[in-house]
Design a protein around this ligand. Structure first.
Ligand code: GDP
Ligand code: MG
Length: 300
């Protein structure tokens, strides 16, 4: 069946930890998909929320919080990821906590100014700003005045969200859908789970491993935060025999670590305890095997 979606695009959300990015993604996409937590830097994974409207598909990406001081390699890596992903987005949302306008990130703004895509300033947490202070807040954020658009919203109460969403929809370019339109909000759970594992592979292994492996969720049972435990199994495919011992590590220590780290992320994402079983399989040339990629959801 031919899709009626004729516009599709990526919307990246950046801003300091705790500015409300995850909450905003949830409000904009009207589904709870990313993890919202009062602790800064909870969202380490790049999580997509795919929102299919009658003619437009919006892919929201809730990125890790920008870190002002790149003191550790991990922090630089996280910032690099933000830089990279900004470059291929269609729209950029810069979120600031309107109740703390003085804390907004200037280095991030400098990075963003270099991009040629439309940029929207989102002043969030309007519900925490006394009406008499609103002009003062806008004044404090004058630095952002050259961005293309500006919206004052509350991701928590939903105030201003539909106007913002409308603006985003207008900026989404004509493009065939990046994801097939049966990927509803509650369906791509396997996609998110494999992304979370893939993310950990990226953190734990160097060089070409992240690029030559592929994660397939082979079992996904009991996913429901009312149930005591979810049961998930995943297979990591690699296209090289020589990478199997690297993935396993000494006495299986690496895959064990990968399992633990991934499980923690998955439990946070599902808001539920989970069992995670990992296995490794050799599959030469999986990149070129269209049937395999289709079956395992990569090409969806
Ligand atoms: P992130 O780190 O940028 O992803 O921020 P989160 O979305 O995790 O939000 C951080 C905290 O701010 C959470 O406690 C949210 O409930 C809260 N928050 C987010 N948006 C709003 C808002 O519009 N108003 C208020 N009062 N709190 C908000
Ligand atoms: Mg977050």
């Amino acid at each position: 069946m031919e899709s009626r979606i004729n516009k599709s695009g990526f919307v990246n959300i950046v801003g300091l930890p705790n500015s409300g990015k995850s909450t905003l993604v949830n409000a904009l996409s009207e589904h709870k998909l990313s993890i919202v937590s009062p602790k800064p830097q909870t969202t380490r994974a790049r999580i997509f929320s795919i929102c299919n409207l009658p003619q437009t598909q919006v892919i929201y990406s809730d990125l890790p919080g920008w870190i002002e001081q790149e003191n550790y390699p991990m922090q630089k890596m996280m910032n690099d990821k933000i830089r990279e992903s900004q470059a291929d987005a269609d729209v950029l949302l810069m979120v600031v906590d309107g109740s703390r306008p003085k804390e907004s990130s200037f280095t991030l703004t400098e990075e963003c100014r270099k991009l040629t895509i439309p940029k929207i300033l989102v002043i969030n947490k309007k519900d925490k700003i006394p009406v008499s202070k609103i002009d003062q807040v806008k004044n404090d954020l004058e630095f952002y005045n050259d961005l293309d658009y500006s919206f004052l919203v509350s991701a928590l109460t939903g105030e201003g969200i539909s106007d913002l969403r409308q603006q985003i929809l207008e900026l989404i370019p004509v493009h065939e859908p990046y994801f097939s339109d049966d990927v509803a909000s509650d369906k791509p759970i396997k996609f998110f789970l494999s992304e979370l594992i893939r993310e950990q592979i990226y953190y734990l292994f160097e060089d070409e491993i992240p690029f030559s492996t592929f994660v397939e969720i082979t079992k996904c049972k009991g996913v429901d935060d009312q149930l005591p435990m979810a049961s998930i199994e995943a297979t990591i495919y690699t296209n090289k025999q020589s990478q199997i011992p690297i993935l396993l590590g000494k006495n299986g220590s690496k895959i064990k670590e990968l399992g633990i780290k991934s499980r923690i992320e998955i439990e946070q994402f599902l808001q539920q305890k989970a069992y995670l079983g990992l296995s490794i399989k050799l599959r030469k040339d999986w990149r070129n095997d269209i049937n395999f990629l289709e079956k395992s959801g990569v090409l969806r």
